[in-house]
Each structure stands twice: as structure tokens, then as C-alpha cells.
Design a protein around this ligand. Structure first.
Ligand SMILES: [Fe+2]
Ligand SMILES: [Fe+2]
Length: 263
């Protein structure tokens, strides 16, 4: 039986990230014969949040589900959009009352796949517990499908690893986002959950996690706030491709992706 193939793409940062995504994704999708493409878009609008126009552009451009994180609220106009479009997720563990949803079940070929977005609490705002919320959301989605992919948006590698182990055997994959640096620890955990600590960055290569390097250096040198802008120039796409057994929901493969946009 053919496996279900899911591409997960790391945080799209500003115009260089969008340029890399739109240039590379169509070919990548065809080459890998992907059934589902999940992209973290929390930095799509010049590094800070995402706008309704950009979000619509992603859905038109081959993205199936958008995840996010702590930057989701940076552009106020997204609130009106997120309450109507459940293909743009915000972390599920924001307290009750936050607009939007943190999970969705979508069609991927002839199968259903659940996508869940949660956010860590180490070095990030202290919202509700991501582990408890993941329990609830995973239990609910497993009633519909054993194919579930989790975007764990967190700063601490330990918190992301803990989530991977916590959900091992209950979901198909746990992929980390937020650090904008791809980790080389992709593996299948014993229970059949594909795991990677961070998908990496889809954005400008010559940058400090997407930001113009001179601005980032200046902030470190002076300790003073300054206005961050996306770096310009060469761009790259990073993420993983995951193969999942559609009957059991167990992952059979996870591979890192890194594609540079030719200058
Ligand atoms: Fe990010
Ligand atoms: Fe983030």
C-alpha cells in the first residue's frame, strides 16, 4: 500500500522566504509525490506574523495547512481572517477566548490527516500547558484518523524532545519550529512517531535567523531595541518529508529537506 507523504516546511521568513517557497514548492511537491504540505507561516509578513493576503496566497500556491506560533498575533488584521479560515492554525494551547483554532483534519489524497499546532512555554509566553492540550486534541482527532502531524513551536530543544516522546505512538509525527535553525536529529521514535527538533528556516541564508545581520549584531552590541528587518539576498527552503502508513498512522520515514533558490 502506498504511504501517505507529508512535507513540513520551516518558518517562512519575509519576502525571501515567500520567494523560496513559491519557487521551490511546486517541483518539490511533484518530485516527492506529496499528499499534504504543511508550512509554518508565523514570520511571513516581513518577519512578524502573516496577513490575510499572504495567507490566501499560500493556499493558492500549493500549501494545504498553515501553522504558526508566538508571532501569529503580530498583524492585527489576521484576527478577522483566522476566525473564518481553519486552514491557518494558531497554537492550540492559547487560553480559551483566543481567536482561531489549533487543529484541523484535512483530506490528503484519499486519507484524512489531522494537523495540530502547540506552543512551548520555556522562554515563551506562559500560555496553557501544551502537553495537556495535546492530549485532548490528539484523543479527539484519533477518533477521525490515526494520521496526525504535530507542529511543536518552541524555543527549548528539551521541551520539543519531551513532546516527541510524550506523543510517541499516538501521532505520526512531531516536528519542531521557531528556532529557525534546522536540527540533524530526525528519526523515527520506537512507537512509530517521526521526530525532528526543528524544521529550520525558509528565508534568507545570510542572516541571523532571518533578520538582517547588521541589525541583529547591533542589538547584541548595544543592548538597545532596534527595528528588525528581513535580510535580503539568497534564500533557502528547509523542512522534512515524512512517509506514513495510512492504516496504522506509523511513520516509515523522515528525511530532512534543504533546497537553495538559485540566484
Ligand atoms: Fe519563527
Ligand atoms: Fe516563533
Amino acid at each position: 500500500m502506498k504511504s501517505v507523504t507529508v512535507i513540513c516546511i520551516g518558518d517562512v521568513f519575509g519576502e525571501p522566504g515567500r520567494r523560496a517557497l513559491f519557487a521551490i514548492l511546486p517541483r518539490l511537491r511533484a518530485e516527492l509525490d506529496a499528499d499534504l504540505v504543511i508550512v509554518n507561516v508565523e514570520n511571513a509578513a516581513a518577519g512578524f506574523g502573516v496577513t490575510p493576503t499572504l495567507a490566501r496566497g499560500f493556499l493558492d500556491g500549493g500549501v494545504d495547512v498553515m501553522t504558526s506560533g508566538n508571532h501569529i498575533w503580530d498583524r492585527k488584521e489576521i484576527i478577522e481572517y483566522i476566525v473564518k479560515e481553519n486552514l491557518l492554525l494558531r497554537p492550540a494551547n492559547y487560553p480559551t477566548g483566543a481567536p482561531g483554532v489549533g487543529s484541523v483534519v484535512v483530506k490528503a489524497g484519499t486519507y484524512q490527516v489531522g494537523v495540530l499546532n502547540v506552543q512551548g512555554r520555556v522562554f515563551l509566553p506562559s500560555i496553557d500547558c501544551p502537553f495537556v492540550r495535546a492530549d485532548e486534541e490528539v484523543a479527539r482527532m484519533r477518533a477521525a484518523t490515526p494520521l496526525i502531524v504535530v507542529d511543536m513551536h518552541a524555543e527549548a530543544t528539551s521541551e520539543k524532545q519531551a513532546m516527541g516522546w510524550y506523543l510517541d505512538g499516538r501521532v505520526s509525527a512531531v516536528v519542531g519550529t521557531h528556532s529557525h535553525v534546522q536540527t540533524a536529529d530526525e528519526r523515527i521514535l520506537p512507537g512509530g512517531t517521526a521526530y525532528v527538533t526543528d524544521l529550520g528556516l525558509t528565508g534568507p541564508i545570510d542572516s541571523v535567523i532571518g533578520v538582517e545581520k547588521e541589525l541583529a549584531i547591533q542589538r547584541f552590541l548595544t543592548g538597545m531595541p532596534n527595528r528588525f528587518e528581513p535580510a535580503k539576498g539568497r534564500a533557502r527552503l528547509q523542512g522534512v518529508v515524512i512517509r506514513i502508513d495510512p492504516e496504522t498512522g506509523r511513520a516509515s520515514g523522515i528525511q530532512r529537506l534543504q533546497r537553495d533558490l538559485p540566484a
